[in-house]
Design a protein around this ligand. Structure first.
Ligand code: 3UK
Length: 537
């Protein structure tokens, strides 16, 4: 037996936090801006100290290697420091959406067995109850924006822990294939799956999309509509810019069009990462109401759901900028197929990024002919390892080196890929997963509802939103009940999941075996139409 048995050879060591932050100090770039937040600049040297303090604070709480640290924070230096501080000590941050319900949080805290939770006071209302009775959760750390707000009994103050901690920390010598971070992704059943990412693979999106598509440089300033807790946002605002020594502009608020426009005019980003819904919302703002100064932008990126061709054209006509649409997923780690500057083809997801391979397959995993629609599979260095404790789903998605995306695609003879929807019933709404089954389950809890089916329908911008077909127990259909049902769902699920349209029907179309024929409902509502009254985007 060799003497190295059980040890990690130095060549196979990798720590993402060291690679993204400390490397810039070693290279003499400590004075460069890393983060702009609420009018202040945090340099790479300042960020390194904050990351080290956060790592030391977690160590002081006995958070050990491989233990999960759940994060429910808005985009902020605190998010970045907790995320990278945890990684630096070999712990595993789990980034949770700030938009979820108490039930979602309880599920994810149990499923991940998080030993510590770092949560912002603004989300505590939905998180506090979820913390009670969690077997593995030992510490709840509360971050606050203003002064010292009252904290739940037994919880700790983020600010106090940070100021008590040392700003020097040597990294855990993690292996390249150690767990790095987890992110939750929705499934058809509505039960979220934790996607497990490994250390070295997490750095690769920066070198693939970041270099080949964006050609990011140290003097770039990036602004992302997608928040850090999503895989798109995490790479946009953290992994990719820090890898290249660039600056991330963070803001903690909701990505409302006016707030985005003000941030662009004030902070002058060079690269903007959006989702189709945000581009549509920006185009809908009347020019005379807000300062429209996009002159700092050299590049606009879109992902999360397909960017309709007309949106690309309207944006280009108005601002002279192309929007580069690309398809990525949490499982793929980031964007694998993308349009490139100067050769974008509107209505497509573009071409395979160097470093990835893609194939469109039919029966028996055999590639289909150019132009034919099949299942999109991708392989590349950024893909995740597996779903935590979901063996069956892992086998379906991670097939050897290939990731089965669940997307229907065609590829043209000259290598452009076009999206044709999902092979499951899942919807992308504003770039975020929505499970029809979850909405149906919520609607069925209402006394008036006998049965229902939820499908995607295109709004006036050709963007998908949920529409519900509802069979009532006894009549009384009308606009008042529709409004009530929308509110009923909003109260039970994360608010973006509510059905924008409610159609009362006498019965649902079914097969002879009783299965709901969703494709018939999709066909009925398929034509584009404006939002229903009261059904804002
Ligand atoms: C859909 C798209 C058409 C597609 C993501 C960029 O969206 C991201 O990750 P998720 O895990 O969802 C993945 C699914 O979303 N999709 C994403 N982008 C496009 N469909 N055109 C697109 N451009 O169904 C995919 O399977 O939430 C996006 C980077 C990292 C990401 N995680």
């Amino acid at each position: 037996m060799g003497g190295l048995r059980g040890a990690t050879p130095p060549s196979a060591r990798f720590n993402l936090a060291t690679a993204l932050v400390d490397s810039h100090l070693v290279a003499g770039r400590g004075d460069r801006p890393a983060i702009r937040y609420e009018g202040r600049t945090l340099t790479y040297a300042g960020l390194a100290r904050l990351v080290d303090r956060a790592g030391n604070a977690l160590r002081a709480l006995d958070v050990d290697v491989e233990q999960r640290v759940a994060i429910v924070l808005p985009d902020s230096p605190e998010f970045v420091a907790t995320f990278l501080g945890a990684i630096k000590i070999g712990a595993v941050p789990v980034t949770l959406s700030t938009l979820l319900t108490e039930r979602d949080y309880a599920y994810m805290l149990d499923d991940s067995r998080a030993s510590a939770l770092v949560v912002h006071e603004s989300v505590l209302g939905r998180v506090r109850q979820a913390c009670a009775g969690r077997r593995h959760l030992r510490h709840v750390v509360v971050a606050s924006s203003g002064g010292a707000a009252p904290r739940p009994p037994g919880s700790l103050s983020f600010a106090e822990l940070i100021s008590a901690a040392s700003d020097e920390l040597s990294p855990e010598p993690t292996a390249a294939d150690d767990m790095c971070f987890w992110q939750y992704s929705s499934g058809t059943t509505g039960e979220p799956k934790a996607v497990v990412h490994l250390q070295a693979s997490c750095a690769t999106p920066a070198d693939l999309h970041g270099r080949h598509v964006v050609a990011m440089r140290p003097d770039d300033r990036v602004l992302s509509v997608a928040k850090l807790f999503f895989s798109y946002g995490l790479n946009n605002s953290l992994v990719v810019p820090f890898h290249h020594g660039a600056c991330a502009i963070l803001y903690s608020g909701r990505p409302e069009p006016r707030a985005i426009l003000e941030a662009i005019a004030r902070e002058r980003p060079t690269v903007f990462y959006g989702v189709p819904t945000a581009y549509a919302a920006l185009l809908a703002v009347p020019e005379r109401e807000v300062p429209f100064d996009l002159s700092s932008l050299r590049l606009c990126i879109s992902a999360g759901e397909a960017l309709p061709g007309p949106l690309f054209e309207r944006w280009k006509a108005r601002f002279g900028l192309e929007i580069l649409d690309g398809i990525g997923s949490t499982e793929l780690g980031y964007i694998a197929i993308s349009n490139f500057p100067g050769r974008a083809r509107p209505g497509t997801s573009g071409e395979v990024i160097p470093g990835y391979e893609a194939r469109v397959t039919g029966e028996g995993d055999r590639p289909v002919a150019p132009g034919e629609v099949g299942d999109l599979q991708v392989r590349g260095p950024s893909t995740a390892a597996f779903y935590w404790q979901k063996r069956a789903q892992t086998k379906r998605t991670f097939r050897g080196e290939w990731v089965f995306t669940g997307d229907r695609y065609s590829a043209s003879a000259d290598g452009y890929y076009t999206h044709h929807g999902r092979s499951d019933d899942l919807l992308k709404v504003g770039g975020i997963w929505v499970s029809p089954l979850e909405i149906e389950t919520a609607l069925l809890e209402h006394d008036a509802v006998l049965e229902c089916a939820v499908v995607g329908r295109e709004d006036a911008d050709a963007l998908t939103k949920p529409a519900a077909y509802v069979v009532l127990k006894n009549g009384a259909a009308g606009p008042a009940l529709a409004t009530e049902l929308r509110g009923f769902v909003k109260d039970r699920l994360a608010p973006y999941k509510y059905p924008r349209w409610i159609e009362f029907v006498a019965e649902l179309p079914r097969t002879s075996t009783g299965k709901i024929q969703r494709y018939k409902l999709r066909a009925v509502g398929g034509q584009r139409r404006p939002p229903a009254p009261g059904g804002d985007a």
